[in-house]
Design a protein around this ligand. Structure first.
Ligand SMILES: CC(C)(COP(=O)(O)OP(=O)(O)OC[C@H]1O[C@@H](n2cnc3c(N)ncnc32)[C@H](O)[C@@H]1OP(=O)(O)O)[C@@H](O)C(=O)NCCC(=O)NCCS
Length: 233
C-alpha cells in the first residue's frame, strides 16, 4: 500500500486549516529550521500546593492492565496529531523506562493522564531511547518528568496541572530535589500546565535542522532568571 510521508500530510493539513504563514515557514524548513524548547524546573524544597482538577483524580503508578485502556483505543477516530501523540507514549511504554504514573478518574477508575518520572538511575536508558542530546544527563539530585498526555476527551479539566504537581513530588522518593521537564515553545497548553504545577523556565534547547532534519545540532543554554515565555502567564 502507498504510504504518504508525514511531511506531505502536515503540508496538506496546514493548507486545509488555512495556516499559510506556517506552511511557507515549513517549506523553507525543508532546507533549514530552528526549533526551540524550554526546559522547566521545580525545586521540591519550595513548598507548592498542587491545584485541584475539575474532576476527582488520584495518582498512582501505571499498571500493566492500564495499557489496554490507554493504548488500545480505536486509532482510526484519532486525527494525525493525536495518532502521533499516542504512538510516542506507546513507544515510551514499550521501552520499559521506569516510572510511568497515571491519574485515575475516581468516578469510574479509568486512567485519564499519563506521565513518566525518570531518575538519574535511568540515565543510560534515557540517552539511548531519546534522540542524542535531547535531554541533559541527569545529576544525582535531578529527575525528568516527560511525555504528559491527557486523552482528548478529558482535556480542559485541569488534570495536567494537578497530576503533574503530584507526580513531581514522587521524585523525592528517588532522592531528587529538582524535577525537570521539556516543552516545545509553541505548546501553550503544556507550558500553562507546567506553570500551574509549580515549574519555571530554566533552560533553552535550540535545535538547528538542515535538509529535512537529516543534520541536527542541539545545544542547551540557561535562561535568564525570571524569564517567562509567551503563553506562560
Ligand atoms: C498538554 C496536555 C497534557 C494538557 O492536559 P490537560 O489535562 O487538558 O490540561 P488543562 O486542563 O490544564 O488544559 C491546558 C490548556 O488546554 C486548553 N484546553 C482547554 N480545554 C481544552 C480542550 N477541550 N481540548 C484541548 N485543549 C483544551 C486550555 O488552554 C488550557 O489552559 P487554561 O485552562 O489555562 O486556559 C494535553 O493537551 C495533551 O495531552 N496534549 C497532547 C500531548 C502534549 O502536548 N503533551 C505535552 C508534551 S510537553
Amino acid at each position: 500500500m502507498l504510504t504518504i510521508p508525514n511531511s506531505v500530510l502536515v503540508a496538506l493539513e496546514l493548507l486545509r486549516e488555512r495556516k499559510f504563514s506556517i506552511f511557507v515557514k515549513r517549506c523553507a524548513g525543508v532546507i533549514y529550521e530552528r526549533r526551540t524548547t524550554y526546559g522547566l524546573r521545580r525545586d521540591l524544597r519550595v513548598p507548592f500546593a498542587a491545584p485541584k482538577a475539575k474532576i476527582p483524580i488520584a495518582v498512582r503508578e501505571f499498571r500493566a492492565a492500564d495499557a489496554a485502556t490507554f493504548f488500545d483505543t480505536d486509532r482510526t477516530v484519532l486525527d494525525r496529531k493525536e495518532k502521533i501523540e499516542l504512538a510516542v507514549r506507546y513507544a515510551h511504554y514499550q521501552a520499559r523506562i521506569d516510572r510511568c504514573y497515571v491519574a485515575v478518574d475516581q468516578r469510574d477508575g479509568r486512567p485519564c493522564y499519563c506521565q513518566w518520572l525518570m531518575g538519574p538511575d535511568q540515565n543510560a536508558k534515557i540517552q539511548a531511547f531519546f534522540p542524542r542530546t535531547w535531554f541533559p544527563v541527569l545529576n544525582r539530585d535531578e529527575a525528568l518528568l516527560e511525555n504528559a498526555y491527557t486523552p482528548a476527551a478529558y482535556r480542559g479539566n485541569g488534570i495536567m496541572p494537578s497530576a503533574m504537581a503530584l507526580i513531581a513530588e514522587r521524585a523525592a522518593d528517588l532522592g531528587c530535589r529538582y524535577v525537570m521537564t521539556f516543552v516545545e515553545s509553541d505548546n501553550v497548553p503544556s507550558l500553562r500546565g507546567c506553570r500551574k504545577s509549580g515549574f519555571a523556565p530554566d533552560l533553552l534547547r535550540t535545535e538547528h535542522r538542515l535538509f529535512l532534519g537529516s543534520l541536527r545540532l542541539r545545544r542547551f543554554s540557561r535562561l535568564p532568571a525570571g524569564f517567562r515565555p509567551a503563553g506562560f502567564e
